[in-house]
Write a protein that binds this ligand. Structure first.
Ligand code: IMP
Ligand code: MG
Length: 181
């Protein structure tokens, strides 16, 4: 057993289910983006595990780039006020861009990112998120690719952290309440 699973109350999405869904998304994206050489933009830090598996599930030519953002807020809630810590290396004008996110909660972070990237005039701009919490949404949002819709509640693993821990867990889990206090 993974030592860090001591802090996990329950597994919400198993490693096998995550891997199967990522393979499906990879196949779907490979079909949808055939011959368009898309650029996958990974939102750090939470997106790095998903990106690493997703990119290897693609059978088409594509590029990857990274953005790091920090949203002001407390440990479990984002405020929607976003600061760019690391911007893309290259210009995306005329490029088919797919944002790869770990989770969309209120939708504020991704809305900021979409607005920021749209100004650079990509050929297309879509979102691929592993997780979505629709009941928490505060802004109107069209998400093109969703791995799993999950209920409200804080989750960790597969890139998602609580206070920078648990990103390495291979499943999506819910923490024991005592971990927060
Ligand atoms: P939003 O701006 O409310 O949509 O929040 C998006 C960001 O908040 C995500 O990219 C995560 O970094 C973080 N976040 C939201 N919900 C969770 C969660 O359940 N676990 C870990 N991080 C989360
Ligand atoms: Mg994130």
């Amino acid at each position: 057993m993974h030592p860090m699973t001591h802090d996990v109350a329950r597994v919400l999405i198993s490693e096998g289910d995550v891997q199967r869904r990522v393979a499906e998304l990879g196949a779907q994206l490979s079909a949808d983006y055939q011959d368009s050489n898309p650029l996958l933009v990974c939102v750090l830090k939470g997106g790095y595990v998903f990106l690493a598996d997703l990119t290897r599930a693609l059978t088409i030519r594509h590029g990857v780039d990274f953005m790091a953002v920090s949203s002001y807020g407390n440990a479990t809630e984002s405020s929607g006020v976003v600061r760019i810590l690391k911007d893309l290396d290259r210009d995306i004008t005329g490029r088919h861009v797919l944002i790869v996110e770990d989770i969309i909660d209120t939708g504020r972070t991704i809305t900021y990112l979409m607005d920021n990237l749209r100004v650079r005039q990509p050929a297309s701009l879509r979102i691929c998120t592993l997780l979505s919490k629709p009941s928490r949404r505060e802004v109107d949002l069209d998400i093109d690719y969703i791995g799993f819709e999950i209920p409200n509640g804080f989750v960790i693993g597969y890139g998602l952290d609580y206070a920078e821990n648990y990103r390495n867990l291979p499943f999506i889990g819910v923490l024991k309440p005592e971990v927060y206090s």
